[in-house]
Design a protein around this ligand. Structure first.
Ligand code: C5P
Length: 220
């Protein structure tokens, strides 16, 4: 039996990296572990929400008690989010690859003895956050994006919120000196249409719980 302020609410959470194939055995990826997205899905579940958890190939296990939809590429992630809608809330915590290989091959690329490496042509991937924010009838009531910045965090994240059309941006400082990238803690600023709230440094689970509570309050 579900209990909590999010009972009756449906939330879509994206998490993890995406893998963009080069050929059947090789891919382009990034170092996202999926830890923050996983913690957010678990925190929303704990508040009673029904959670559709759309995850790329992450290195942490998905939480129990959520609907897990596993995808590999950015385009598969967009399609999975599309299929999961309608939702009251979308939290886009995935580190989606910005580009994919246009000419991904069906067969393994072989060295041809010429000494010339293959040329990979790249295409831009769909921006899932911008797309979901721009929906009309199917737009979730609250759309939350993330912004990993290394400098001018609030300024850059505020601009990103406007550009993407989402309601909130969770901005974090990922400069190497913070040790946040790949770590267990996070230091974030929650940016809304006319506010910026700086949270103290805390565990990714604590960030997730506080964000889930803010989401529940915003919907109430
Ligand atoms: O533009 P940038 O990648 O920095 O934006 C980060 C935010 O946008 C994150 O919330 C991420 O999940 C989302 N995003 C997305 N689809 C993309 C790129 C980013 O949903 N193709």
């Amino acid at each position: 039996v579900r209990r909590g302020p999010m009972v009756g609410r449906h939330v879509v959470v994206t998490s993890g990296p995406t893998h963009e194939p080069i050929d059947p055995v090789r891919y382009i990826a990034n170092r996202s572990s999926g830890a923050q997205g996983t913690a957010i899905a678990a925190a929303l579940r704990d508040l009673g929400a029904r959670v559709s958890f759309v995850t790329g190939p992450a290195s942490v296990a998905p939480p129990d008690g959520v609907d897990v939809i596993r995808v590999e590429t950015a385009r598969q992630m967009r399609d999975a989010v599309d299929a999961a809608l309608p939702a009251d809330v979308a939290v886009m915590a995935a580190a989606v690859a910005d580009w994919r290989v246009t000419n991904a091959l069906e067969r393994k690329i072989k060295k041809d003895g010429s000494g010339k490496p293959p040329a990979l042509e790249m295409s831009e991937n769909p921006d899932i956050l911008a797309w979901v924010s721009g929906l009309n009838k199917r737009r979730p009531t609250l759309v939350v994006g993330f912004a990993a910045e290394t400098n001018d965090v609030i300024e850059n994240a505020t601009a990103k919120r406007k550009r993407k059309g989402c309601d909130w941006i969770v901005a974090n400082d990922v400069s190497p000196s913070t040790g946040i990238m790949g770590g267990t803690e996070n230091a974030v600023t929650l940016i809304g249409p006319d506010s910026a709230e700086e949270w103290p440094r805390m565990s990714k689970e604590a960030v997730a719980r506080r964000l889930a509570e803010a989401i529940a309050e915003a919907l109430a």
